[in-house]
Design a protein around this ligand. Structure first.
Ligand code: LER
Ligand code: MN
Length: 265
C-alpha cells in the first residue's frame, strides 16, 4: 500500500488539509514522516512556479499521487454545472490546465467540488448533461491522464453522493481514463457499507482518501479501517491511500498519527 498526504500549494479556506503553503518546509516534513507520495491541492497551476515545485519534489524523491482541484469551486465558484455557459467553459478550461499539469507527474486529476451543486431551478437532466459534457471534454483532450470523480457527502453537494451514483455517471461518461475516488469520511455518511461500496467500485477505483468519521486523522474516530484495508487488498487496489483530514490537534501530530496508524495495515 502506498501512502500520500494532501498539501495545498497555496493557503485556502478548505479546512480538511494537514498542510498549506510553505512548500519547502512542508514537503521536507512529509518526506521525513515517511509518506511515499504527496497529493497536491491546486487552485490554478498558473499560480504556481512549476519548475521550482518539480525540482523540490524531485530532490525529496516524492511522487505526486493526485491533484485536488476543488479550490476552483471553493475560492472561485467555477463549476461544470454553472448556469452561465462562460463559467462552465472556464471550469472545463481549468480542469484541462490541471490535466496538463498532472501529466508532468503522472498524477490523477480529482473531480470533487468542481462538478458543482445543483440549484433548485436547474433540472437534473440538464445538470447531468453539462456534467457529462465537461468530463468527456477533459478526458478526451487528455487521454493519457486519469480523472477520478469523488462521491461527496450530501452536506457539501447534491450531485454524486454515493459510489453507486458515481458508477452511473461513469457509464454515461464512458471514457476509460475516468474512474472514481472514494473517501472514507464521505462514505461513512453516505454508504450503507463501506466494504460493499469498495467492492462495487472494484477496478474503477483510481484513488482513495482517508480521514476518520470526525475528519480527524485515521484512528481518531470510529471507522473500522482494518476492514477497509482488507477490502482494498481484496479488490487488488494498487493506487495511493491519501490522507485528507483536519489539521488537528495540529498539522504535524495529525500527519504523524496518520502514518503511524496506516503503516499497521
Ligand atoms: C475533497 O477531496 C473532498 O473530500 C471534499 O470534502 C471537498 O470538499
Ligand atoms: Mn476527499
Amino acid at each position: 500500500m502506498k501512502f500520500s498526504i494532501v498539501l495545498s500549494t497555496q493557503p485556502t479556506t478548505f479546512s480538511a488539509l494537514a498542510y498549506q503553503g510553505k512548500l519547502i518546509e512542508n514537503v521536507s516534513r512529509i518526506k521525513t514522516l515517511g509518506f511515499d507520495g504527496i497529493e497536491l491541492a491546486v487552485r490554478d497551476p498558473a499560480l504556481i512556479d512549476v519548475s521550482s515545485l518539480t525540482s523540490l519534489l524531485k530532490e525529496h524523491r516524492l511522487p505526486v499521487s493526485a491533484i485536488g482541484t476543488g479550490q476552483a469551486y471553493v475560492e472561485e465558484r467555477l463549476s461544470f454545472i454553472d448556469p452561465s455557459k462562460g463559467f462552465r467553459e472556464k471550469a472545463i478550461g481549468r480542469i484541462k490546465t490541471q490535466a496538463r499539469f498532472a501529466a508532468l507527474f503522472d498524477a490523477i486529476v480529482i473531480i470533487g467540488l468542481v462538478r458543482g451543486k445543483r440549484e433548485s431551478d436547474l433540472d437534473p437532466e440538464t445538470a447531468d448533461r453539462w456534467l457529462v459534457h465537461g468530463l468527456r471534454a477533459c478526458a478526451s483532450e487528455n487521454p493519457g491522464v486519469r480523472f477520478a470523480i469523488e462521491p461527496i457527502n450530501r452536506y457539501e453537494t447534491n450531485l454524486v453522493n454515493t459510489a453507486r451514483s458515481g458508477i452511473e455517471l461513469l457509464e454515461k461518461v464512458d471514457k476509460k481514463n475516468v474512474g472514481l475516488l472514494l473517501d472514507t469520511f464521505h462514505m461513512n455518511i453516505e454508504e450503507p457499507s463501506m466494504t460493499e461500496s469498495i467492492k462495487l467500485v472494484g477496478d474503477l477505483l483510481f484513488h482513495f482518501h482517508v480521514a476518520d468519521s470526525n475528519r480527524w486523522y485515521p484512528g481518531a474516530g470510529h471507522i473500522d479501517f482494518r476492514s477497509v484495508f482488507e477490502t482494498l487488498e481484496e479488490i487488488g487496489y494498487t493506487g495511493y491511500v491519501s490522507a485528507e483530514m483536519l489539521p488537528l490537534p495540529d498539522p504535524d501530530v495529525a500527519a504523524r498519527k496518520t502514518i503511524e496508524y496506516l503503516q499497521r495495515f
